[in-house]
Design a protein around this ligand. Structure first.
Ligand code: LMR
Length: 393
């Protein structure tokens, strides 16, 4: 009988952790799981620029009628401008607003499948926990290229490039634009240059996922590698998220971008993405995109917003340095120095699953399987406790 044969789903490693942590009554619990930014009081604040834009929107908005399959086109263009800057590939890039960047990942996966049913998507080993499920559900093959070196905690660029030498015209190479999730280890600029040359020569499609622009070295600095690639490769696809740098998590605000060899071809592909959207969710939610559009097109609001993102970035980098310093002090060892070098919200600690379990069961410190911690979830008063607990393993 239909439905009666179904077994319960395997729990999502990130979302199920949040539920478990919320239910934990230990007053010392530390939530280093899901990737949300928190201030030093443990609160994920609504950004000031968002609050102001919301007030304006409340007054200005006169209808809740449908917007359209591609969502807010002014939002799409403003986000393309933010991610691409002056990159010449902007002339052939088109965007579609999606329900979060996960929606964008899925829509792009669907059109890749429609174009090349036996395409393989290459993911970094490790990669964001939802990359493989999304690509596989769209019917694409998934394989992994070497990325994170568990010894150095850096990118193993040589092994990565050696593996990608085998990628050809039926391959897609998914790269994190900045602030790699989960490892915190970013591809150096020279790595972007190498991948660019290989994509041009070998014909694979670069797929860039940008979810943390502004959390690494700065809003412009974080996308230099991506922009280098975008200007040179014949075609690429890109996803952008407003969850983190606009703090719009629950508003599901993201976009998919396609840049083919010509604008005409990009627009044809856009119709296929719209077709995929129509047959799944139809249209994205409006609220988050309306706010982002307003902020990015108002000089004063944009300036406020950029300053707020910079404050968040500095808090996260400060926490990285403080945690690494405390661990160095307490252990007289440089073992955890890499935490200060990593970029963005996350670092992979290189601890075993058994050690993760001890952290959770004995110390109520919650981290994502594979040893990922969300630095942006730490409160300064917890640094000592986290360092002590880690060193007890
Ligand atoms: C994360 O990696 O924790 C976030 O991007 C949340 C999510 O959707 O998985």
């Amino acid at each position: 009988m239909i439905l009666e044969n179904l077994k319960e789903a395997v729990k999502d490693p990130i979302l199920s952790l949040s539920t478990a942590c919320r239910a934990d009554m230990n007053p010392n619990k530390v939530d280093l799981g899901i990737g949300v930014y928190r201030d030093d009081q443990g609160v994920t604040p609504i950004m000031e620029a968002i609050k102001i834009a919301e007030e304006k929107l409340l007054v200005q908005q006169s209808t809740k009628a449908y917007v359209g399959l591609a969502g807010n086109e002014a939002f799409n263009q403003s986000m393309i401008d933010l991610m691409l800057g002056d990159s010449s590939s902007k002339d052939r890039a088109v965007g579609i607003q999606t329900p979060g960047a996960s929606g964008a990942l899925r829509m792009l996966a669907d059109v890749i499948k429609a174009s090349t049913p036996d395409a393989t998507v290459w993911l970094s080993d490790l990669s964001y926990a939802n990359h493989a499920p999304i690509m596989k559900t769209a019917g694409l093959n998934v394989r992994y290229f070497p990325y994170f070196d568990p010894e150095t905690k850096l990118v193993q660029t040589d092994a990565m490039m050696e593996c990608l030498k085998g990628a050809g015209e039926k391959d897609v190479v998914l790269l994190h634009g900045c602030c790699h999730n989960p490892t915190g280890a970013d591809l150096p600029f020279s790595g972007w240059q190498e991948v660019t040359e290989m994509a041009i020569l070998q014909g694979f499609l670069p797929f860039i996922d940008i979810a943390y622009q502004g959390f690494g070295d700065g809003m412009e600095e974080d996308v230099q590698g991506f922009r280098y690639l975008a200007e040179r490769v014949p075609s690429y696809v890109l996803t952008g998220s407003c969850s983190k740098h606009f703090g719009l998590y629950r508003e599901r605000t993201g976009l998919a971008v396609v840049a083919a060899t010509t604008l005409e071809q990009s627009n044809k592909i856009k119709t296929r993405i719209l077709e995929a959207a129509r047959s799944s969710y139809t249209m994205p939610p409006d609220h988050g995109a309306a706010l982002v559009e307003m902020i990015l097109n108002d000089a004063k609001l944009k300036e406020n917003w950029l300053a707020e993102v910079e404050t968040m970035r500095l808090r996260v980098t400060g926490l990285r340095h403080k945690l690494a310093a405390r661990l160095r002090e307490k252990s007289s060892s440089s073992h955890y120095d890499f935490i200060a070098q990593h970029k963005g919200m996350f670092s992979v600690l290189g601890i075993t699953p058994e050690e993760e379990k001890i952290l959770r069961d004995k110390y109520a410190i919650y981290l994502v399987g594979g040893g990922r911690i969300n630095i942006a979830g730490i409160q300064e008063s917890q640094i000592d406790y986290i360092a002590q607990s880690l060193l007890s393993l």
